[in-house]
Ligand binder design. Structure first.
Ligand code: ZN
Length: 433
């Protein structure tokens, strides 16, 4: 199992913490001097550069969240003059103003290195051909993977998202070995492949690198049953640089965090206090090496757990588990908190269910309505009506027992629900706010 940057990926914890402390202190001095937002935030808690004498002191410093990015749109959080910026990315900004991140030459160099680590960790190497079916453009995914994979020696096909017929054509003709996509899009590509009855022997595909949305083990299994690949998960956010924050190694037992660039905390979202390793909490990340867009204690809203146990691959870095939900995608029905991921994990374990579903929330006569639309297999859908009704009751019952709330389940024919070429929209909330 190859390791790209032995020095940093297998560093011992004591030396890592010294390095983190030095770098975080340096970052705090920079943002205090150059970013008015951070100077105000830090001054408000009586902090001055130099006050941080141990990493534990970080717990007393303020958080940054998405609102802060929006309030300082577009360049208010930049810590360098525009003359030093060579690239700018932003999130889609579907709800409110976009999140903007800038990169100096040194930032692009680090980003390339970080993504290269991910690629090498899952077994990418020279001779591989990677089809990047992430959207290029302002989204960080396309360019991030592009830079990093090239550094790992991989030939890149910058096909971008969409046009699934062309994706399959290129995959076959160009001998693609690695597919880069959101899990939802990988699943859809797999579905089209099966429907067109393209023999998998015609493909050289062997590896998938998924990102930009959470990928449960059940989802991964669904993708692997449709495409001849071993799927791997990695993690990143526009707020923190894009892909390259963390990624699985070949062991697939959690995502290694590049701790020489990112300091990860796992906190109880309600109290802001740390939870123990192995327990689920909100991931909070300080991105301390970025020149243009350093971020102090960013509240990702992603719920996961951390472990610092040594991994069989030899890396010593902390690993984050699967993202099990987001503090902001949870919805409340009849007073019960529900995560879409919990619904997914029930559905994907039921034989006869296709891995496409949608959650529709509404309100009738002052009462919340909760529907789960689920695609079923051809065989089931074309079979006896009685069987279909019995199956619907079974799906309803399994969801009720896991969620403690009874949804109205609607079975729909295969291919009926919206397919995604990027991040899937799982929840449609029609309730008046
Ligand atoms: Zn590992």
């Amino acid at each position: 199992m190859a390791i790209w940057d032995e020095q940093h990926e297998t560093i011992d914890r004591e030396r890592l913490q010294e390095l983190q402390l030095r770098r975080v202190r340096d970052m705090l001095a920079r943002v205090y001097e150059r970013v008015p937002f951070y100077r105000e935030q830090l001054s408000a808690v009586g902090f001055e550069p130099g006050d941080l004498t141990s990493l534990d002191d970080l717990a007393g410093l303020p958080f940054t969240d998405k609102t802060d990015f929006r309030d300082n749109y577009p360049y208010g959080l930049f810590a360098v003059p525009m003359s030093e910026v060579v690239e700018i990315h932003s999130s889609s900004g579907t709800t409110g103003k976009a999140v903007v991140g800038g990169y100096t030459r040194a930032d692009l160099e680090s980003w390339t290195e970080l993504v290269c680590r991910l690629a090498v960790a899952v077994g990418a190497h020279d001779g591989d051909i990677a089809q990047i079916a992430f959207g290029y453009g302002m989204f960080t995914g396309g360019f991030g993977l592009h830079y990093g994979l090239q550094r790992a020696g991989v030939a890149v096909l910058p096909i971008s998202a969409g046009n699934t017929a062309r994706q399959l054509q290129y995959m076959k003709d160009f001998g693609t070995t690695i597919l880069i996509a959101t899990p939802s899009y990988a699943l859809y590509i797999g579905e089209v492949l099966q429907r067109r009855e393209v023999p998998v022997e015609q493909l050289r595909l062997r590896l998938g690198m998924f990102g930009a949305e959470h990928c449960s083990e059940e989802m991964r299994a669904q993708i692997e049953s449709r495409l001849p690949i071993r799927g791997t998960d990695n993690y990143g956010l526009t707020e923190l640089t894009g892909p390259g924050v963390a990624g699985e190694c070949e062991c697939r037992t959690g995502m290694h965090i590049s701790e020489d660039h990112f300091l990860a905390e796992c906190l109880d979202p309600a109290t802001g206090k740390p939870v123990a390793d192995g327990e689920v909490g909100e991931l909070v990340v300080t991105a301390f090496t970025r020149e243009c867009s350093p971020v102090l204690r960013y509240r990702t809203r992603d719920l996961t757990s951390l472990t610092r146990e040594r991994c069989a691959c030899g890396r010593t870095t902390a690993r984050m588990g699967k993202v099990v939900g987001r503090t902001d995608d949870m919805f409340i029905i009849s007073g019960v908190n529900i995560f879409p991921s919990a619904i997914e994990s029930v559905l994907f374990q039921i034989e006869g269910v296709e891995p496409f579903y949608q959650i529709v929330l509404g309100r009738t006569n002052g009462l919340d309505t909760f529907e789960v639309h689920v695609e079923v297999t051809d065989t089931l859908f074309d079979g006896w009506m009685d069987d279909l009704r019995a199956f619907e009751r079974r799906v309803t019952e399994e969801l009720r027992s896991a969620l403690l709330v009874r949804p109205k389940v609607k079975l729909v024919e295969p291919g009926k629900l919206e397919r995604s070429e990027g991040k899937a929209r799982r929840v449609i909330d029609n309730r008046p706010s």
